[in-house]
Design a protein around this ligand. Structure first.
Ligand code: ZN
Length: 298
């Protein structure tokens, strides 16, 4: 089986850039972390895969972060990810609000991601620099809830360059068989002939899931979907890892934000508080003494 790997390419002499990734291990990790069903593995696997790719294409500095919320108002509830960069490596964390949703397969035998995520909602992408707090907020309505189409629509509205995006997660009874994706960006100087060549190549290519299941390498995949035999690697072995940066201090700040009355009420009624991080499922216990000392500081 192909190992997780992320590679950036230049095609057609630099007029087209591309990124491709294999995220099988990452998606297996989040499947086990959040106890995902086959349907939510496909949904959240696609979502975390594009989150990781966006980390490598959109985050330019270590203090920049991206928060993504995809809410289709379906049974899964919102999907959320936070993407950070640390010394050039990309770290993602995320959750799907209801990880236990499982729907019957669609007529074509595929997992019903759009049916579970829903289509009547939005994709919200918030970019922020953690030091300057300067940022950008982009909101687009969902297209199909199938994730790739929804992000492609975001790129079409927010970027000046046409983007091709494919995401695929294959799940079998043993777990995640393969997961990955690719994204192609056409620069303004790409010619009509090159654009047509890419459109034809993409439409003739097998799905990303099929190519990954077929053990195709990322180089082979990019050559197939761009139609450029001379596509060259410009960065290899980019990292997409899963890391949560939660701490008891962060949860303490959350408790403080509830306000004095609310904290007093918790203290009077429950005498303690058990909190759990959505992103990594770590639990933080606040004893009576902890809550009292928080109250004393408020
Ligand atoms: Zn956490």
């Amino acid at each position: 089986m192909n190992k997780d790997r992320t590679v950036k390419f230049l095609c057609y002499g630099g007029k087209v850039s591309a990124i491709a990734t294999i995220t099988t291990d990452l998606v297996e990790y989040v499947k086990n972390l959040h106890g995902l069903t086959p349907t939510t593995t496909a949904a959240f696997g696609r979502f975390i895969t594009i989150s990781g790719m966006m980390g490598h294409t959109e985050i330019k500095e270590d203090n920049d972060s991206i928060t993504i919320q995809l809410n289709g108002k379906g049974e899964t509830g919102p999907l959320v990810s936070v993407i950070r960069r640390d010394e050039g490596k990309i770290f993602v964390k995320g959750y799907i609000s209801n990880p236990l949703v499982e729907l019957p397969l669609k007529e074509n035998g595929k997992l019903d991601v759009g049916g579970a995520v829903g289509t009547n909602g939005y994709l919200n992408i918030i970019k922020e620099n953690e030091i300057t707090k300067q940022g950008y907020n982009g909101l687009v309505p969902l297209v199909s809830g199938e994730i790739a189409e929804d992000f492609a629509s975001y790129f079409a509205t927010s970027k000046q360059v046409p983007t091709v995006l494919a995401l695929g997660v294959l799940v079998n009874k043993d777990g995640v068989k393969s997961s990955g994706g690719y994204m192609i960006n056409l620069m303004p100087d790409a010619t009509d002939e090159e654009i047509t060549k890419i459109e034809e190549a993409v439409s003739k290519a097998p799905t990303i899931s099929e190519m990954l299941a077929d053990e195709k390498s990322l180089e082979e995949i990019i050559k197939i979907v761009t139609g450029d035999e001379n596509a060259e690697i410009i960065e290899d072995n980019l990292i997409i890892g899963y890391k949560c940066d939660c701490s008891k201090e962060k949860f303490e700040r959350g408790i403080i934000s509830l306000g004095k009355e609310e904290v007093q009420e918790i203290l009077d009624e429950d005498g303690c508080a058990n909190t759990k991080c959505h992103f990594c499922n770590k639990e933080y216990f606040f004893s009576r003494e902890d809550l009292q000392s928080i109250l004393d500081k408020m």
